[in-house]
Design a protein around this ligand. Sequence first.
Ligand code: ZN
Length: 182
Amino acid sequence: MIAATQSNHPMGALSQPKAAGSPLDEALVRIRNAQMRITKPRIAIIESLMQHAGPVSIECIHQEVGASVCDLVTVYRCLSAFETIRIVRRSYLHNGTCLYELTLNEQQHYHVSCKACGKTEKVEYFSVDGMERMLQDRGYSEVTHVVGFFGVCPSCQQVAPAREIAPAMTRSINAAMPEVQA
Ligand SMILES: [Zn+2]
């Protein structure tokens, strides 16, 4: 690593080693390595994902990126391509809403999502590499996987033990996902 010669700021020396591996830089390196083009929508989508600690819906990303930058189908296709090169991971809510999150420079994990309030929490990762290798041995390429857990969170159990679970789901997250398949 190069010493922090260009930094006068006291924090400069500390942040220097990280600069090369900022999430956006890392993502762009991986996109280039995958022989994919770096486009304005792709950068905007990564920047949008970077603003969220957890998974976000495609529509939320589209809103943040802005309709002038690209349409919803483009967002979907970019995320699908990002998933293939493993810079995002896909997960689902109980109602089937598809979510994506950035997986750069971060320990792998899964999620548990509350069927009542939609709140999502991280769950410890367990490896399914063996399963993926087995599928590759069977001739599958570009193997990815989705693992999700669903339940009613402790606070929802206390607040409304007898409440109907499913109808409450659409509140915070856009439920109307278009039927777009790449
Ligand atoms: Zn809940």
